[in-house]
Design a protein around this ligand. Structure first.
Ligand SMILES: [Zn+2]
Length: 388
C-alpha cells in the first residue's frame, strides 16, 4: 500500500487522527474528526513512531498503520487469546502484560504481543484466583484482574520503585528513618505468663527490645521513632500505627511481638510481610522478612518458624517495607528463659540491625547471614560521618 502522507485527505486520515487524538498526541487545537493530513497530524505521527520504536518519517505506511491499529484497543474491550499463527497485538495486550508483571507473573517483556508466555501467565493467574486456566483473557478474567488490580496497583509498582531506590541509595544507613513498633501496650499487655512472684508480659518485653534496637540503630546514624512509650494509657490500634509510620515517611517499619500458645512445646521465631493467598506480595517486605528471620535464627538458634505473607492492616497500610516479627513463645519455658535475659535481647537487637543494614547492601554485595559485626559497622559509619 502507498503510505498515507502529508497533504492527503479522506476517511483513512480521519481514522489515523482519531487514534492519535485518543493517545493524546494530536494536540488540543486539532479536531480529531478532520480528514486532512495537516502539520498537526504529521507531528503526531512522528511522535507516535518515535514512541513505538518505528522509523520516524511522518508517513503512515503498512508498519505504522498496524501499530496505530493495535494502539486503539483498550484493555477489556475485546477478548484476548493466543491466536496462531498471527498473534493478537495491541495496547490492551501491553496493559495486560504490565498488570501481570506488576503482580509478579512472568510474561517476559511487555511487548504488546499476546504470545505463549503471556497466555501461560494468564493461565497461572486464572488458576490462582479459581478460574478455568485456559489462558484466554475474557470478561471473567478481566473482572478478577480489576478486583485484584485495585489492591495491587499503587502497591506493587511502588514496591518495585522502592527496591530500586534502595539499591541505588548505597549501603549507608545514615539519615534513614526506621519506625520500630513494640506491639500492644496500654491496657493490652499481649501474652502474659506468671512466673513465681513475677509476671512477664509481651508488651513490656517487646518495649525493652524496641529501646535496645532504637539505641543500636541510632548509633548507626538512623533516625528511629517508636510507636509508643513504655507505659501509655491506651493501646494504639494497628491502623494508627501504620498511619504514623506513613506520616513519618519511614524507610522501614519493624513491629515486634512475642507469641503465646496453650501448648508449652510451641516455640520459635516467625516473620510476617505483606501478601495475599493469590501470590501478591510486597517484594521488599518479603526480602526484609527473610533477612530478619535468617539473622535472628542464625544468631540465636531459636526454632525457625519461617516467613509468611499476611494481609494484616499493619502490613497492608504501611507504604514502606514492613515486617512483624513474632520473637519466641513466652509460653515456652525454653524461649521464655532466653527472652527474659537482657543479653539475649541485645543479641536480638543486633540481628535486626544486621538485617536492616543488609536491605541497603546492593544484592551483589550482600554478605552471608550472621556475618555482619554491628560494632564494626558503627565504626565505619562513625568514620564516614567525620569525613562528612
Ligand atoms: Zn503480640
Amino acid at each position: 500500500m502507498r503510505p498515507i502522507r502529508p497533504g492527503d485527505r479522506g476517511p483513512a486520515v480521519t481514522e489515523i487522527r482519531t487514534v492519535l487524538s485518543a493517545l493524546d498526541l494530536l494536540g488540543p487545537a486539532a479536531a480529531p474528526d478532520a480528514d486532512d493530513f495537516d502539520a498537526h497530524t504529521e507531528r503526531a505521527v512522528r511522535a507516535f513512531q518515535q514512541s513505538r520504536g518505528l522509523s520516524v518519517d511522518g508517513r503512515v505506511g503498512a508498519e505504522t498503520w498496524r501499530a496505530l491499529d493495535a494502539a486503539r484497543w483498550r484493555l477489556g474491550a475485546r477478548t484476548l487469546y493466543h491466536a496462531v499463527p498471527e498473534p493478537l497485538t495491541g495496547e490492551d495486550v501491553r496493559s495486560l502484560q504490565e498488570r501481570l508483571l506488576e503482580m509478579g507473573y512472568d510474561v517476559g517483556r511487555a511487548d504488546a504481543i499476546y504470545g505463549v508466555r503471556t497466555s501461560r501467565a494468564v493461565a497461572q493467574f486464572q488458576r490462582e484466583v479459581g478460574l478455568t486456566p485456559d489462558g484466554t483473557c475474557g470478561p471473567h478474567t478481566m473482572n478478577a484482574l480489576r478486583r485484584l488490580g485495585r489492591k495491587v496497583v499503587g502497591g506493587r509498582p511502588q514496591w518495585l520503585r522502592e527496591s530500586d531506590a534502595i539499591r541505588q541509595s548505597g549501603p549507608t544507613l545514615v539519615g534513614r528513618t526506621v519506625v520500630v513498633d513494640p506491639g500492644h501496650g496500654g491496657t493490652d499487655p499481649g501474652v502474659v505468663v506468671p512466673d513465681g512472684p513475677l509476671r512477664w508480659t509481651e508488651a513490656d518485653l517487646v518495649y525493652d527490645l524496641a529501646s535496645r534496637l532504637e539505641g543500636r540503630l541510632a548509633a548507626s546514624g538512623v533516625r528511629v521513632q517508636l510507636t509508643r512509650g513504655p507505659a501509655q494509657r491506651a493501646c494504639l490500634p494497628d491502623v494508627e500505627r501504620a498511619h504514623l509510620a506513613n506520616s513519618l515517611g519511614a524507610d522501614v517499619f519493624i513491629s515486634l511481638h512475642c507469641d503465646g500458645h496453650a501448648n508449652p512445646a510451641a516455640e520459635g521465631v516467625a516473620t510476617y510481610h505483606y501478601g495475599t493467598d493469590n501470590g501478591v506480595t510486597s517484594a521488599t517486605g518479603e526480602r526484609l522478612a527473610g533477612l530478619v528471620q535468617r539473622e535472628i535464627v542464625a544468631r540465636t538458634g531459636l526454632r525457625d518458624c519461617r516467613t509468611h505473607a499476611k494481609a494484616w492492616d499493619l502490613l497492608r497500610l504501611t507504604r514502606m517495607p514492613a515486617v512483624r516479627v513474632e520473637i519466641g513463645y513466652l509460653t515456652s519455658p525454653d524461649d521464655r528463659a532466653r527472652l527474659v535475659d537482657p543479653r539475649f535481647r541485645d543479641t536480638l537487637a543486633e540481628a535486626v540491625v544486621a538485617a536492616v543494614q543488609r536491605m541497603y547492601f546492593p544484592i551483589e554485595r550482600d554478605v552471608p547471614t550472621g556475618s555482619i559485626d554491628v560494632s564494626e559497622l558503627r565504626a565505619v559509619v562513625a568514620a564516614g560521618t567525620v569525613v562528612d
